[in-house]
Design a protein around this ligand. Structure first.
Ligand code: SAH
Ligand code: SF4
Length: 353
């Protein structure tokens, strides 16, 4: 008989499965509480499980988690965890502390097929989509790494991969991490970031989690040039879908906007960005480009970044600048990759902070 993967299941699924084994359904709840709630992984310590169930559980279920290969701590407090996903491949999750919050940036795929020109992950074709247990597992392992005194409070799907290219696994993982018998994270503390897979935005709405959209270009010409997905779903279709999401949820959408020198960083671009987004409840997150070898793009000067942001503020946009975290350990946005070359480079010559 095939064992059930514990970290692949929502609580209702697991209760059903446990009943299917001829056991009481509430055992699933107990396991959720011990494992996700208390971080107790030793069945002998799960005192409210019957002796028989304790003995049997490991023959019924598999509790495998992705193996942590390395943990790197950046000088700015960010921690990058590298996970073995088999076949010589790895994915990364990044822990980002900010005041009382601890945000985890999760990966959803090994590589990414969206091929955005400025993105390091995008240089590597999709190897495979992660399974639910591998997404949940990044969180569980990271929380174990931190210890229970410092709880992860927020999740952003902004690591490797395009979450809406792997929606079933991503939304199931969200469901599991929200369980009140487990980590009990609020939906509003989970953000799914997409490059613009328009037909799947309603799934973000239905899941009740927050939506972030990588806008990055202010007209179809420039956006199609740097993000090929724009040729499939253009700006108008994307922005209409965002507006619909806001109407349905009463939430704001976050627009991520990467500043590429001479490509997306002019004051005219700032004005166009304001006009594009002014009728959508939103905040704009500007992300100065994190440089990586052979990208062909450059980070604008500090002055250009500040002027771009100030222009948006002057026009009345709600705009934040994303602080670059973890650059010295190659954990910043768009720097995540499984390419061994990049890791070697990062180890030899850390990028300047
Ligand atoms: N695939 C999803 C989520 C992961 S990318 C998406 O594209 O939305 C997370 C963010 O990093 C995106 O907004 C992307 O535009 C940005 N990004 C990618 N490469 C970058 C780089 N080199 N410098 C700065 N931001 C980058
Ligand atoms: Fe994929 Fe996002 Fe990178 Fe584009 S920016 S290649 S969608 S990970």
């Amino acid at each position: 008989m095939q064992k059930l993967r514990f970290f692949d299941h929502t609580l209702p699924d697991l209760s059903q499965a446990v009943k299917g084994f001829g056991k009481e359904g509430f055992r699933a709840q107990q396991l959720f509480r011990w494992i996700y709630g208390q971080h107790i992984f030793d069945f002998e310590k799960m005192t409210n499980l019957s002796k028989d169930f304790r003995k049997e559980v490991s023959s019924l279920m598999d509790f495998e988690l992705p193996e942590v290969l390395q943990a790197h701590q950046s000088v700015d407090g960010t921690t990058k965890l590298l996970f073995n996903v088999g076949a010589g491949k790895s994915v990364e999750a990044v822990l980002i502390p900010r005041r009382e919050q601890m945000t985890i940036c999760l990966s959803s795929e090994v590589g990414c097929n969206m091929a955005c020109k400025f993105c390091y992950t995008g240089k590597q074709k999709l190897q495979r989509k992660l399974e639910t247990w591998e997404i949940v597992g990044q969180f569980v392992q990271a929380q174990r790494h931190l210890g229970l005194d410092r709880r992860i409070t927020n999740i952003v799907f902004m690591g490797m991969g395009e979450p809406l290219d792997n929606p079933d696994a991503v939304f199931k993982a969200c469901e599991i991490l929200q369980s009140e018998w487990g980590y009990n994270l609020s939906r509003k503390r989970i953000t799914v970031s997409t490059s613009g897979i328009v037909p799947l935005i309603p799934r973000v709405t239905a899941a009740g989690v927050r939506l972030a959209v990588s806008l990055n270009g202010v007209n179809d010409q420039i956006r199609s040039e740097i993000m090929p997905i724009n040729k499939r779903w253009n700006l108008k279709e994307l922005l209409d879908a965002c507006l619909e999401h806001c109407r349905e949820t009463d939430d704001k959408v976050t627009f991520e906007y990467v500043l590429l020198k001479g490509v997306t960083d002019s004051l005219a671009d700032a004005k166009a960005l304001y006009r594009l987004t002014k009728n959508i409840p939103c905040k704009i997150n500007i992300i100065p480009f994190n440089e990586h070898p052979d990208s062909g793009f450059h980070r604008p000067s500090e002055q250009a970044i500040v002027e771009f942001q100030n222009e948006l503020i002057r026009l009345g946009s709600h705009v934040l600048r994303r602080k670059t975290m973890g650059r010295d350990i190659y954990a910043a946005c768009g720097q995540l990759t499984t390419a061994a070359k990049a890791k070697a480079k990062a180890a030899e010559s850390p990028a300047p902070l």
